[in-house]
Design a protein around this ligand. Structure first.
Ligand code: NOJ
Length: 733
């Protein structure tokens, strides 16, 4: 039958309007619920596409927008994630365009990198940040870091590191928040909230990654990448505590660690990764392995080859394979051999896609390109960097009120290898920091004291080696000055990853410089910039005052200058014990009781460390009243209020951090001698007093965990301890 032109036109019209109305796939609908989008997308993916999502590639440092073309071609457009070492959003966008347009389903890549203590605005290293005991400030620094990171084309940071670390020979103590589980939990949660903001899809939020799950801080002898012998009891009491808190706070992802936990590597550990993390804690984001951690299962002696390594890590609950292609190569065969199932692959892919959807990557895959001058080092971030640097510094010694420097000081000697340093004070993991943005110690001191004093400089010596040829000049400079500021420390590569050291002492040349300066008879102020607690047994007696400044980042110079002049009253307190000698390790405040207290300790060295956890001085003095409890006995379900009044009895305003500990002297499982349960920092004006309050929730604060993480609360006597004062109370049935 011949069709009329009108009929043909109508058919055409129908086809055109039908084509225009092809329904968008559900996963592309930004208004649809995330779970429906995940399900829809997974249902459309083929095996190759799914497996690519489970892999992370790395993208080289020297790529720029003009020459990435070839690199991009070697990379599958459907890759799940990239470690992006660059900072140019245009480069990210070009790669992302390739993924969005060339992958069949248009799945965006998740760009990750290590933003550990800031991006271009470099904040103090994490161990320094913890000295502030100011989680709000730490959170703000992470918010600022997230914005710089996001505007540089990165959606995901491999931070925070919340590995409880009690052996300062381990270089990575610099990257975490010290020896205490609760402190790691509090600062970890503060970081997660800072990075992730209110919603992951907010324009400047990035996803956090808790690392290194779990027990990495216990590496035997402080050697990196080594075995960790952790009983299930210690795992729960100590190492899991911060992870549980941060998972509850909504951390999007975790990184499985390099270490082997008592025979089962952390990256092949079904108990920690699946039974606990996914089933018990209900984490619905994903786990990425640490760098090559899947293939390293062979070195660790639990996998005969790459295929078995892939099987073990995947089955244990590692969804994304960082960099070593083991999943890419082996998951298809493992599926064909029915060793893994499609349902397991779908579950893993779904977890990764869920995070991408939550980040808003499908709806906004590209990064807005703004000028570096608007992206980095904004006044607010620099102000936070300065404040955090100041609050991270710890006054360790101050004999005869050497500090703050008196107005009678007219000539200051600035001596030491760190005085003009611009690199080491940035700390490890600061590869986006630029030396031109760093304020040196010398610059900070010159702008603080330049108008009132003459500053005489001599380097004295290098950070290491045997060259004493600068000593004479240093002595001459000291002799013509009223006070000697000597600034020593560690190179930044002496801490961080793969930076274990057999001794916490500084190289002998640095100690010898201080001895030489001491011989001039001038007052010596020792400034220490390092990434770990140091062995100061020989240096401490030589110094009249000591300030620990850690690796303070870009704004350390004026922060330190403010402390030396008295413009800033130091308020930092240590989050990790400084042993007297390296041989005292392990030494940490929350040890368990010995069967013969005071005995059985090394005969050849003193028992006490040089500075305990929580130590730090101020320019003012605080006196504590007697702690008061709202009751002497309560039921298990009741709350107890503990209060203590603190008076600023000195002449200047100062911030005091009150640490509340509990102790359970008799329990079914022997408990640490004391455990930190709460802390609070407040500024108190000179002559003023304030009350600090700790609301004790018995189940949360007094209970103990068994070896499977179950919590129990026993009736009996407990102590609350504040400023070494112990007050007893009773829990009734
Ligand atoms: C290895 C480190 O252990 C880890 O902390 C880091 O996030 C990854 N490399 C990625 O750079």
């Amino acid at each position: 039958m011949k069709k009329s032109p009108l009929f043909l036109f109508l058919i055409l019209l129908l086809q055109v309007s039908y084509a225009g109305n092809i329904p968008k796939p559900l996963y592309k609908d930004s208004k649809a619920p995330v779970e429906s989008r995940v399900k829809d997308l997974v249902s459309r993916m083929n095996l190759e596409e799914k497996i690519l999502q489970l892999n992370q590639y790395i993208f080289g440092e020297n790529d720029n927008v003009n020459n990435i073309g070839e690199t991009v071609k070697t990379m599958p457009s459907g890759i799940g994630s990239l470690i992006f070492f660059g900072s140019d959003p245009a480069v990210r966008n070009q790669i992302q365009k390739y993924a969005m347009e060339k992958s069949r389903l248009g799945i965006p890549i998740l760009f990750g990198n290590d933003v550990i203590h800031g991006f271009r605005t470099v904040y103090p290293i994490s161990i320094g940040q913890a000295c502030s005991w100011n989680p709000d400030l730490v959170s703000k620094a992470c918010t600022m870091a997230a914005k710089e990171t996001k505007l540089s084309g990165i959606d995901w940071t491999f931070s925070p590191m919340i590995d409880v670390a009690r052996d300062a020979r381990w270089g990575r103590v610099s990257e975490g928040y010290g020896e205490d589980p609760y402190a790691n939990a509090v600062f970890g949660v503060a970081s997660v909230k800072g990075y992730q903001g209110n919603k992951l899809s907010d324009p400047y939020s990035i996803a956090a990654c808790l690392k290194h799950y779990v027990g990495y801080g216990e590496s035997e002898g402080g050697r990196d990448y080594h075995y960790s012998d952790i009983s299930r009891q210690s795992l729960w009491e100590t190492y899991m505590v911060p992870y549980e808190a941060c998972v509850k706070a909504g951390a999007a992802t975790l990184m499985s660690a390099f270490n082997d936990i008592s025979g089962v590597p952390a990256s092949a550990n079904h108990y920690t990764l699946t039974e606990i993390l996914k089933k018990r804690w209900k984490h619905d984001g994903f786990v990425v392995s640490d760098w090559d951690a899947v293939s390293q299962l062979i070195n660790q002696g639990v996998a005969a080859d790459r295929k078995e390594a892939a099987l073990k890590a995947f089955k244990a609950g590692v969804e994304m394979d960082m960099k070593d292609n083991v999943y890419l190569e082996n998951l298809p065969t493992l599926l064909a051999e029915k060793k893994i199932t499609m349902a397991e692959i779908d579950e893993a892919v779904g977890r990764i896609l869920r995070v991408k959807f939550r980040l808003g990557l499908f709806d906004h895959p590209y990064t807005p390109v703004v000028a570096e001058s608007e992206r980095y080092l904004q006044p607010e971030s620099k102000a936070i960097a300065g404040k955090l640097a100041a609050e991270s510094m710890v006054l360790l010694k101050n004999n005869g009120k050497t500090l703050p420097l008196s107005s009678s000081v007219k000539q200051i000697a600035l001596i030491g290898p760190m005085i003009n340093d611009k690199i080491n004070i940035l700390g490890s993991w600061a590869h986006h920091g630029k030396i031109e943005n760093v304020e040196t110690i010398s610059e900070g001191l010159r702008s603080e004291f330049g108008n009132s004093c003459v500053l005489n400089y001599a380097k004295g010596c290098d950070l290491e080696g045997n060259d004493e040829s600068g000593f004479d000049e240093a002595v001459a400079v000291a002799q013509k000055s009223d006070v000697v500021i000597v600034c020593l420390g560690e190179k930044r590569e002496w801490s961080g990853e793969n930076a274990s050291r057999s001794t916490l002492a500084l190289p002998a040349i640095q100690e010898k410089l201080v001895q030489t300066l001491k011989n001039t008879g001038k007052p010596v102020v020792l400034i220490l910039s390092n990434g770990r607690p140091l062995e100061l047994v020989r240096l401490e007696p030589l110094a009249d005052a000591i300030v620990e400044i850690w690796q303070p980042g870009i704004a350390g110079g004026s922060a330190l200058a403010g402390i030396l002049s008295g413009r800033i009253n130091p308020s930092g307190r240590l989050p990790i014990t400084f042993p007297l000698t390296t041989g005292q390790i392990p030494i940490y405040y929350n040890m368990r009781q010995s069967s013969r207290p005071g005995l059985g300790i090394y005969q050849d060295i003193p028992t006490e460390p040089l500075y305990w956890f929580g130590y730090g001085l101020s320019y003012t003095t605080f006196s504590y009243g007697t702690p008061k409890l709202s009751a002497t006995k309560i039921k298990k379900t009741e709350k107890l209020i503990a209060e203590v009044e603190v008076n600023n009895t000195g002449l200047v305003s100062g911030a005091e951090t009150v640490f509340w500990y509990i102790s359970d002297p008799a329990c079914s499982i022997s408990r640490p001698m004391k455990e930190l349960k709460y802390f609070e920092k407040k500024e108190i004006a000179s002559g003023a007093k304030t009350v600090y309050r700790f609301e004790i929730n018995p189940m949360r604060d007094l209970s103990y965990t068994d070896a499977n993480g179950k919590r129990f609360l026993e009736a009996g006597d407990y102590y609350v301890i504040v400023n070494n004062q112990r007050v007893k109370f009773k829990i009734e049935e």
